[in-house]
Design a protein around this ligand. Structure first.
Ligand SMILES: Nc1nc2c(c(=O)[nH]1)N[C@H]1C(S)=C(S)[C@@H](COP(=O)(O)O)O[C@H]1N2
Ligand SMILES: [Mo]
Length: 326
C-alpha cells in the first residue's frame, strides 16, 4: 500500500501520543465542557441535577439494563473490572475521530432498525434485526481481559452470546473457511476520518478463520456493564475476541460474510507488517515499533493511572485457544 501515507497519530502507540497526564487533563476539561453545555448536548439527562449528570457515565445512564442476566462463572475471575466511566470514555472508533475521546461524536451513530446481514457460503442466509437476535440467542455476561495492540489493557464485563450459536443458526457450507465482519459506514455520518483518511479501506472490517469463530471464547457483544452497548463501544452489536488484539473486534456490525478465502481487513490492508490477520496477543512478538512484552492496565477511579504488568500469551486464554495454533 505504497500510495497510502499513514498519519502520524495512527502510527504512534497510545502511550506516546496520549500520556496519562494529557488524558486526565482532557477528561477534566471534558467534564467542565459537559457541565457548561448541558443544554446543547444531545444526550438525554438522567435527572435535573447537573452535578449528578456530570458524575455519572455519560452515555451509559440512559441505556437499558438487561434483566435476569446470568454471569458465566467460567469467565468471571480475571482481575479488577475496569470502571465503566473509563471504558466508555476511552475508546478507539476511528469512524468518529482519531483520538480516544470520541464518545460524544459517536452518539451520531443511527442504531434504529438495525439489521445484520449474514451472507456467503451458508445454508441459511439471514438478515437479523435486534429482536431476532435477542429471541434466538441466550444472552450471558462474561468478564474478559481486553488488550489493545497499543499495549494498554482493561477488564470488561460484556453481555452477549458466543459466535458459535450463530454458526449453528446459519450453517456454513463445507467451503466456508473464513468470515468477514463489516462495520457500519456512511460517509455522511461517520465523518471522523475527515480529510486524512477518506481513502482508507472503509468500511472497517475484520476477519476470522471459521475455527476461530467456532471457539467458545469468540463472542458477539450487545451490552457492557449489564446494559445495552453505548454507541462508542460499538452498539448495537460488536465482536469481542479476547485472545486477539483489540482491533480484531469490529464494532457496530452490519454484515457477516462466509468466504472460502482470507478476506481483506482494515488494518491488515493499511499496514500488513504491523497488523497481522491473526493478531493473537503474544508477549514474544513485538510490534515493529514497540515491545509487546508488557502492557499498561488502567487502575480505577479516582486516579485512572496506568500500571505496568506482563503481557500474557493469548491474553491469558491459552487453555481455550492454544490448540488452534499448534
Ligand atoms: N468499526 C470499528 N471497530 C473497531 C475500531 C474502529 O476504529 N472502528 N477500533 C478497534 C480497536 S483498535 C480497539 S482497541 C477496540 C476498542 O474498543 P473499545 O473502545 O470498546 O474499548 O475496538 C476495535 N473495533
Ligand atoms: Mo486497539
Amino acid at each position: 500500500m505504497a500510495l497510502i501515507r499513514i498519519p502520524q497519530s495512527w502510527e504512534l502507540p497510545e502511550r506516546l501520543i496520549t500520556p496519562e497526564s494529557t488524558f486526565l487533563n482532557r477528561r477534566r476539561f471534558l467534564k467542565s465542557l459537559i457541565g457548561a453545555s448541558l443544554g446543547a448536548t444531545t444526550l438525554p439527562l438522567a435527572g435535573c441535577n447537573r452535578t449528578s449528570a456530570i458524575s455519572t457515565q455519560p452515555g451509559l445512564d440512559e441505556l437499558t439494563p438487561y434483566s435476569n442476566l446470568s454471569q458465566n462463572p467460567q469467565f468471571s475471575d480475571v482481575g479488577q473490572v475496569t470502571s465503566p466511566e473509563f471504558a466508555t470514555q476511552y475508546n478507539n472508533y476511528y469512524e468518529f475521530g482519531g483520538s480516544k475521546s470520541i464518545w460524544k461524536a459517536a452518539q451520531a451513530l443511527p442504531t434504529e432498525n438495525w439489521q445484520v446481514e449474514v451472507a456467503g457460503l451458508v445454508k441459511n442466509p439471514q438478515t437479523y434485526d435486534l429482536d431476532d437476535i435477542q429471541k434466538k440467542f441466550p444472552f450471558e455476561e462474561r468478564i474478559y481481559r481486553f488488550r489493545c495492540v497499543e499495549a494498554w489493557a482493561m477488564v470488561v464485563p460484556w453481555v452477549g452470546f458466543p459466535m458459535r450459536l450463530l454458526l449453528e443458526d446459519v450453517e456454513p457450507t463445507s467451503d466456508a473457511k473464513f468470515v468477514r465482519f463489516s462495520s457500519f459506514y456512511d460517509p455522511k455520518i461517520t465523518t471522523g476520518p475527515g480529510f486524512w483518511a477518506v481513502n482508507y479501506p472503509w468500511p472497517y472490517a475484520e476477519g476470522l478463520r471459521i475455527e476461530e469463530m467456532a471457539n467458545d471464547l469468540a463472542f458477539f457483544a450487545t451490552g457492557i456493564y449489564g446494559k445495552t452497548l453505548p454507541k462508542q463501544n460499538g452498539a448495537p452489536l460488536r465482536m469481542v475476541i479476547p485472545w486477539k488484539y483489540g482491533f480484531k473486534g469490529a464494532k457496530s456490525i452490519v454484515k457477516i460474510e462466509f468466504l472460502d478465502k482470507q478476506p481483506a481487513t482494515f488494518w491488515n490492508t493499511l499496514a500488513p507488517n504491523e497488523y497481522g490477520f491473526e493478531a493473537n496477543v503474544n508477549p514474544n512478538v513485538p510490534h515493529p515499533r514497540w515491545s509487546q512484552a508488557t502492557e499498561r492496565i488502567v487502575s480505577n477511579a479516582p486516579s485512572f493511572t496506568w500500571e505496568e504488568q506482563p503481557t500474557l500469551l493469548y491474553n491469558g486464554y491459552e487453555e481455550y485457544v492454544g490448540e488452534l495454533y499448534t
